[in-house]
Write a protein that binds this ligand. Structure first.
Ligand SMILES: NC(=O)c1ccc[n+]([C@@H]2O[C@H](COP(=O)([O-])OP(=O)(O)OC[C@H]3O[C@@H](n4cnc5c(N)ncnc54)[C@H](OP(=O)(O)O)[C@@H]3O)[C@@H](O)[C@H]2O)c1
Length: 367
């Protein structure tokens, strides 16, 4: 095996290790590390959750001597003290001669400083091996660090003709049990679920995370509700153990409604209103500031349409059932005004289609 092949093999292992932290590392990135001499792996690790050791330290802790060893990691080692000491210091102290990293850490506190510090201490640094895979793996972390917004996935379930409820509002159920179970798993890798008040009133959902993920923080449940129409008797409000409930409202929500929801344990956040709707960017900025990196928007059609119109969604996951609902008054997957010209239609990129039960799951990138 050539040196390049060995490097790639170890980096793929570091990337695979990093994925083991999925669902538990937010707001930290997914990081895996492998310490190797030639083809031989000496130590390895991955970051499990905030406050726990970083991948590099775990890999280093498994070896006594690092002579001639290379450390492979999918993200630039940190150089600042957070809840854990900086990894650069540990690497330098362990006298590792070479570090191969897939990408720079876009966090403004790191952003190349880790690499510079390593080089200053005589460590050979190579950056860019499997960069695209690494950037995809940490797409949410990269987005939050570079834009201050979380990574947004729109999730919907529709009939073959794009309806999410019949003209009478009946929506249970469009897709098969199998598809619904599959869709629930999406919640595991997200930090927050968002719905519009239309969905909260029509479906009275609980928005819980089942199965529970060991070590994951609570799933934050979010409702966008300009005038605070959410009932204190709703399932969302009456199941505080399933996770905190945040309700975003506009300036016209009455103090009495606020008081009632706050007394029931709901957190109310004011955001500005833009064109008659809550300002989604302000909502997302608030969620990112709370450390929520991955947000799953579960409808309904009006809210999905707003995310699309404002180009604030990154990914679409759509479960399509082999049913036809029809009717001009049946609820569409995307409501709102829609686009006027075909050339302005958002196009899904990197699409994937899988067979789920008797229907399909179609997913793709939106931005
Ligand atoms: N099959 C599926 O995947 C699926 C998923 C979810 C829901 N559903 C179905 O969809 C129906 C509900 O959908 P819907 O379209 O009527 O309601 P929705 O999208 O859930 O909620 C829309 C409401 O949310 C509030 N809102 C606050 N900020 C907003 C913003 N920036 N953009 C858009 N809305 C905002 C608005 O009410 P205020 O002005 O009062 O704030 C708006 O009327 C139900 O029948 C439900 O069963 C189906």
């Amino acid at each position: 095996m050539s040196g390049g092949d060995i490097d790639e093999k170890h980096m793929r292992r570091a990337l695979a290790l990093a994925t083991l932290g999925r669902g538990t590392t937010s707001p930290n990135p997914l990081v895996g590390a492998v310490l190797a001499r030639g083809a031989r792996v000496l130590g390895q690790g991955f970051h499990r959750r905030p406050g726990e050791p970083h991948a590099e330290s775990l890999a280093l802790a498994q070896v006594r001597t690092t002579t001639g060893a290379t450390l492979y990691t999918n993200l630039e080692p940190c150089c600042h003290t957070g809840r854990t000491p900086p990894c650069v210091g540990a690497i330098v102290r362990a006298q590792v001669g070479r570090v191969v990293a897939a990408m720079r850490d876009p966090n403004p506190r790191v952003n190349g400083r880790g690499f510079r510090a390593l080089r200053r201490h005589g460590v050979e640094v190579e950056v860019g091996l499997l960069r695209d895979e690494a950037a995809r793996l940490n797409e949410a972390f990269v987005k939050r660090a570079s834009t201050g917004l979380p990574f947004v996935t729109l999730k919907g379930a529709s009939s073959l003709d794009g309806r999410i409820a019949t003209r009478t509002g009946d929506s249970k159920w469009i897709t098969s049990t199998f598809a619904r179970r599959h869709a629930r798993l999406l919640r595991v890798e997200h930090d927050a679920i968002v719905v519009g008040i239309g969905t909260a009133l029509a479906d009275d959902p609980r928005l819980n995370r089942r199965p529970r993920t060991a070590g994951a923080g609570p799933l934050v449940r979010v409702v966008l509700d300009r005038n605070l129409r959410l009932s204190v008797r709703s399932r969302l409000v009456s199941t505080p153990r399933e996770g905190p409930v945040l309700v975003f409202c506009g300036p016209d929500a009455t103090p009495a409604k606020r008081r009632r929801l706050v007394a029931a344990g709901v957190e109310i956040i004011n955001v500005p209103v833009l064109g008659g709707r809550l300002d989604l960017k302000a909502v997302l900025r608030h969620l990112a500031e709370r450390g929520l990196m991955r947000v799953l928007v579960e409808g309904g059609g009006e809210l999905h349409a707003s995310f699309l119109e404002r180009q604030l969604a990154d990914r679409l996951v759509l479960y399509v059932a082999p049913r036809l609902i029809g009717g001009t008054d049946a609820r569409p997957l995307f409501g709102g005004e829609g686009i006027a010209e075909m050339k302005r239609a958002p196009v899904l990129r990197s699409t994937r289609c899988s067979r789920i039960g008797d229907g399909w799951m179609i997913e793709g990138a939106l931005s």
